[in-house]
Design a protein around this ligand. Sequence first.
Ligand SMILES: [Zn+2]
Length: 310
Amino acid sequence: MIRTVLGDIEPDALGVTDSHDHLFFASQKLPGQELDDPAAAEAELRAFAEAGGQALAQWTPIGLNRRAEELPALARTTGVHLIAATGLHQAAHYRPELLSRLRDGLAGRFIAELTEGLRRDDDPDGPPLAARAGLIKIAGDFHHLDAHAETVFEAAAAAHHATGATIAVHLEGGTHPLGVLAELHGRRGVPTASIILGHLNRFPDAAPHREAAEAGAWLGFDGPSRANHATDWRLFDLLRSLADAGHADRVLLGGDTTSAAARASTGGGPGIPFLLTGIRARVIGELGRDVADAFFGRNPARAFDADWRA
Ligand SMILES: [Zn+2]
């Protein structure tokens, strides 16, 4: 089943999916670009639905303004399935005192959000909200994992083993995908089919992508993100090379809108709908409708599916 903010659904019911995006997000690393407006989030989600969108996974982790209390109403009013995340980002996104508080009992915190309910980010030790997390979001570092990442990866693996939940990984600059697989799968026993490697588009090196696909991991290509667009022009080469090698069944696509300037509904852009009006249209044109149906439908239906054993 796929755990959405309105409850668990059959994978077949997910539909056309943005596998990595943000309705709400705020980090001290992106001052002045906070996504913190429920009306703008609703407008963006409606535009996504009008473009044919049916589901969206929000990768915002604990403490970065998920606005989990707003998500059920947004899913209900727009009809878009929303998957929310627990998890933790790189240390640089947090004030030190909040970080040391969050890192205390981290695996238990992740498991509670997956099974009992998400917590408000302004009250992380408060009572559970009605909506549960359906995903664990964590982050690596540039070509390595630091001590903070090791702690978070250990907690994420424990939460996966307790719940079956998929782990979605921010790869810094798209780097270190095979190191992340070695840590999560090789060292900690998380099945590769429960690991999403995000931001691979930011480091357009086809060989490790192919190796990660052969290992059975999910390959996330997410953008155009205004903060990280230098490699956007390589996206279709990478997708074609994976499809030609028989790995169209491992690819997930997302918009990764992380800043107010990137949101279409408030005058910026290209925004969340562009994933369908721009990227998907071109996938259909260049790689065919069956590949597009895999990227936007069949693959996310399997990637976010879990047995919720807890
Ligand atoms: Zn993201």
